[in-house]
Design a protein around this ligand. Structure first.
Ligand code: FES
Ligand SMILES: [Fe+2]
Length: 387
């Protein structure tokens, strides 16, 4: 199965090599920089992110029963846990009594959660375990636990829907059959966390996804880092429902195409693939490991975003520490110093009122399509609430 998918991808890249990247057949489009600053638009996007699955962490980060992590997703304080039977749960990290934060540690292992304010306690699935001094508190029993959130483990990632009132969709449905199949074939489910870090960035979250939606910048912005490994302007990026994805060959793959017959092509180890899941998650395949970008916009400030970057590697190759460490160090230089820095620079110029319009080329059209998809998802999320 994986071999079939590899050859399909190889054929598409071969077409691209034979025919060359398509020249522009349309003019450039103008984009209003307000898409990166408008508070009303931002509020709608936040509602869409709250109502969609967010990549909270790698499954392997909650390795043992009782493991938990606390975080903030779409502005909602969240606890993600693994219970004694191995199932994962997500709850608002907010006490059902009078709203205190229940778990203040960033991560750890717990048998129960106990609120520091009046010691109400909760099980690993968020259900109420005990009320302190119950006879003084009320004549009626209280059963209200923590508000539970949609939570599913799939493809080695724990996905949480931060809005407690949102209808939680199965991840396979949300990804769509093609992306779901791709992630299965790539073996994401057998990958484990190697390292993770967070960046607090002064830019709109979409300026970060824009970097994945075009490769025009690759040979210029990344001239001194990764550009030498890739041919210019070659990508198969396309739409998958509301999501996007595509492959970039490395020079070594072009050599493979030229020198070996189709049945001997080694494909996946010579490619980078990027899957931009709307809204706010990017899964990047890098010739054998995966970089997971979970973009967490500030709830009210459109010009701030936390980007959580996690590197996942095949569980059966976790011991190749030197290789993964080298790759991780490369990621931690290229992405923040080049892509993230460019996004922050553009945002600063927009915030200074110095950008009247942005010009999006035919080769960058993915940026406009991504913004359209975000708008579509945001409107779809708002409409049921209005009816
Ligand atoms: S607010 Fe948590 S026990 Fe009172
Ligand atoms: Fe880039």
């Amino acid at each position: 199965m994986q071999r079939e998918m590899e050859l399909e991808i190889g054929d598409r890249i071969n077409d691209l090599v034979v025919n060359g990247p398509a020249p522009a057949t349309t003019g450039f489009t103008e984009l209003d920089p307000a898409v990166y600053t408008d508070p009303e638009r931002h509020a709608q996007e936040m509602a869409a992110i709250g109502g969609s699955p967010v990549a909270a962490l790698a499954s392997s980060e909650l390795a043992a029963p009782g493991d938990f992590v606390t975080t903030t997703l779409a502005g909602v304080p969240v606890i993600v846990t693994r219970d004694r039977s191995g199932d994962v749960h997500a709850m608002r990290n907010v006490c059902a009594h009078r709203g205190a934060t229940v778990e203040t540690r960033a991560s750890g292992s717990a048998r129960i959660f106990s609120c520091g304010f009046h010691a109400w306690s909760y099980d690993l699935d968020g259900s109420l375990r005990s009320v302190s001094d119950p006879s003084l508190f009320s004549t009626e029993p209280c059963t209200q636990g923590l508000r539970t959130l949609g939570c599913e483990e799939r493809h080695g990632i724990i996905w949480v829907t931060p809005d407690a009132d949102a209808e939680s969709r199965p991840i396979a449905d949300w990804l769509g059959p093609e992306v779901d199949r791709m992630f299965t074939e790539l073996g994401l489910g057998e990958m484990v966390h190697f390292a993770a870090t967070e960046y607090d960035l002064g830019c709109n979250w979409k300026l970060l996804t824009d970097g994945f939606m075009e490769i025009y910048h690759l040979k210029y912005l990344h001239r001194d880092s990764i550009a030498p490994y890739f041919p210019a302007n070659m990508t198969t990026i396309g739409d998958f429902g509301d999501h996007f994805g595509g492959w970039l060959p490395k020079n070594r793959f072009l050599k493979e195409l030229a020198e070996r017959p189709r049945e001997q092509w080694e494909v996946l180890r010579h490619l980078t693939g990027a899957f931009i899941l709307v809204p706010g998650t990017v899964v990047q395949w890098q010739a054998g490991h995966v970089e997971l970008f979970s973009l967490r916009p500030h709830p009210t400030d459109p010009t701030r975003t936390i980007a959580r970057l996690t590197m996942m590697v095949p569980a059966d190759r976790i011991d190749e520490t030197e290789l993964w460490q080298r790759n991780w160090e490369r990621v931690c230089v290229t992405i923040p110093d080049e892509d993230f820095a460019a996004a922050v620079e553009v945002q600063a110029n927009i915030d200074a009122g110095a950008v009247d319009t942005l010009r999006i080329g035919a080769n960058e059209h993915g940026i406009a399509r991504h913004i359209e998809a975000v708008t579509r998802v945001s409107v779809a999320r708002r409409e049921p609430a209005l009816s």
